[in-house]
Write a protein that binds this ligand. Structure first.
Ligand SMILES: [Zn+2]
Ligand SMILES: [Zn+2]
Ligand SMILES: [Zn+2]
Length: 393
C-alpha cells in the first residue's frame, strides 16, 4: 500500500536541501535575465523590429540549461480514475504532474485538474513569459488581421517556443528533454493557431470572447497588492485576488465552448490533426480543453460558482487513494524513482518527461545492482547511482 506515494515523497524530501533551493533560485535568475533581454525590445515593436532568430537563440539557451526536476510538484495523495483510450489500462499511480500518461503504455490519458491547480500555484514565475509575449503577441495579432499568414506563423512559432521555455508547466512534460517532441509540439500548436485564426467563424467567436472578457465585472480583491506579489514572485493570496461576478462570466463560457466545438470541426477536416505529437483521440483532447478552462478560471470564482463550472464542464472528480504496488526502477534520463506496474511496456517519466521502456525484466547495474530503465531508443546509459555503463539486455 502507498508504496508509490512513499517513493515520490522520499524523492522530494531528499531534494529539499538549502543547496538545492539555492540552485533552483539561481536557475530562475538566469531565465529572468534572458527575459529581460527580450524585454529591452521597443514596446511598439513592429514585425520587422522583432528579431525572431535572436529570440529563438535565447530561448534555446534557456531550455538547454534548465533543470526540469527542479519544477517537480508535490504528488497528489490521490489517483484520478481514468481509462487509457489507447490500451484500456486504468490509471493506478498517483498524479505528480497535471498531464496524465498511461501507467502501461505511456499515452496521454487525461488532465488532472486537482494537480494542475497545485502546480499553477507553485510556479508563479509567469511575468517573464508575459514580457516576451507582450512584444510578440500584438505583432502576431496584427498579422492575423492583415491576412499575413507567413508572418503570423513565424511569430506564433516563436511565442510557442517561449511558452515552452518560460512556462514549462503549461506544456506537456515530454517537451522538457525530448527535442524532437518539443519541436513537433510547437509546430502543432502553431498550425492549430493558423487554422483557427484564419477561419472566419472561429475569428468571429474570438471577437466575442474579447468583447465578453472586457465586459467581465470583478469584485473584491486588491490589485495593487496582487501586482506587488507578482513582481516579487509570490502567489497572489486568497484575499488579494478579485472574484469575477458569475452572471458576467457564464456568457463567456458559452462562447468558449462554441469556439472549442468549431476547433474540433476544423481539425476533423484538416491534416493539422496528424501533426499532434501525442496523437490524442478527440475525446481526450476535449477532456484536456475542459479541464484547462476550469483550471484557468476556478481561482477567480466563488467556490459555489466554481462547483457549477466543474459540473457544467462535466469534469468528473473521481479520485481514489493509490493501492497499486509496482517494481521500482531508476530512470537513467534523470535518476527519478519510477514505479513500474506489472504488464507495463512504456511510461512517461514524471520528472524528466522522457518516454521510458519498461517492458520485460529490469536492467540491473553491474556496478551497484540498482534496477534501471532506459529511455526509448537508447541502447546504453550511465547508472544514475554509480555512473557505471548500463546496457539493454
Ligand atoms: Zn495505455
Ligand atoms: Zn526521468
Ligand atoms: Zn549502478
Amino acid at each position: 500500500m502507498f508504496e508509490a506515494l512513499r517513493t515520490i515523497r522520499r524523492h522530494l524530501r531528499a531534494k529539499q536541501t538549502p543547496e538545492y533551493r539555492a540552485h533552483v533560485a539561481a536557475e530562475r535568475d538566469k531565465w529572468e535575465g534572458y527575459a529581460l533581454q527580450q524585454a529591452s525590445m521597443p514596446v511598439d515593436a513592429t514585425v520587422s523590429d522583432v528579431d525572431i532568430d535572436a529570440a529563438e537563440a535565447a530561448i534555446r539557451r534557456a531550455m538547454g540549461s534548465m533543470d526540469m526536476t527542479a519544477l517537480l510538484p508535490e504528488p497528489s495523495e490521490f489517483v484520478k480514475r481514468t481509462i487509457c483510450a489507447a490500451c484500456g489500462g486504468g490509471k493506478e499511480l498517483p498524479s505528480v504532474r497535471p498531464m496524465l500518461y498511461c501507467d502501461f503504455c505511456g499515452q496521454v490519458t487525461d488532465y488532472d485538474l486537482k494537480q494542475a491547480m497545485a502546480e499553477a500555484y507553485s510556479h508563479p514565475d509567469v511575468a517573464t513569459f508575459a514580457r516576451v509575449g507582450n512584444r510578440l503577441r500584438p505583432a502576431a495579432m496584427a498579422a492575423g488581421r492583415a491576412g499575413d499568414v507567413d508572418t503570423f506563423r513565424a511569430l506564433t512559432h516563436t511565442l510557442m517556443e517561449a511558452q515552452a521555455a518560460w512556462t514549462p508547466w503549461t506544456v506537456p512534460p515530454r517537451a522538457y528533454n525530448d527535442d524532437a517532441y518539443r519541436q513537433r509540439w510547437v509546430t502543432y500548436q502553431t498550425e492549430l493557431a493558423v487554422l483557427t485564426t484564419f477561419d472566419a467563424t472561429h475569428a468571429a467567436l474570438q471577437d466575442r470572447v474579447i468583447g465578453l472578457t472586457q465586459k467581465l465585472r470583478w469584485t473584491g480583491g486588491n490589485l495593487a497588492a496582487m501586482g506587488l506579489q507578482a513582481m516579487t514572485g509570490r502567489t497572489p493570496g486568497e484575499r488579494t485576488r478579485p472574484r469575477v461576478v458569475a452572471e458576467t462570466f457564464w456568457p463567456l463560457v458559452d462562447v468558449l465552448l462554441q469556439q472549442a466545438e468549431r476547433t474540433r470541426v476544423l481539425l476533423d477536416g484538416s491534416a493539422v490533426r496528424t501533426l499532434d505529437p501525442d496523437a490524442m483521440p478527440g475525446v481526450v483532447a476535449d477532456r484536456l480543453f475542459r479541464s484547462g478552462l476550469a483550471q484557468g478560471w476556478l481561482p477567480s470564482l466563488d467556490p459555489a460558482d466554481g462547483e457549477v463550472l466543474v459540473e457544467r464542464l462535466q469534469l468528473d472528480h473521481a479520485y481514489q487513494r493509490p493501492t497499486a504496488t509496482g517494481e521500482r526502477r531508476h530512470c537513467t534520463g534523470c535518476g527519478y524513482d519510477l514505479t513500474v506496474l506489472e504488464g507495463a511496456t512504456t511510461v512517461v517519466c514524471d520528472a524528466c518527461g522522457r518516454r521510458i521502456d519498461v517492458g520485460g525484466p529490469a536492467i540491473v547495474c553491474v556496478g551497484c545492482n540498482d534496477r534501471v530503465a532506459l529511455p526509448e531508443g537508447e541502447a546504453s546509459a550511465s547508472c544514475p547511482s554509480c555512473n557505471a555503463l548500463v546496457r539493454r539486455v
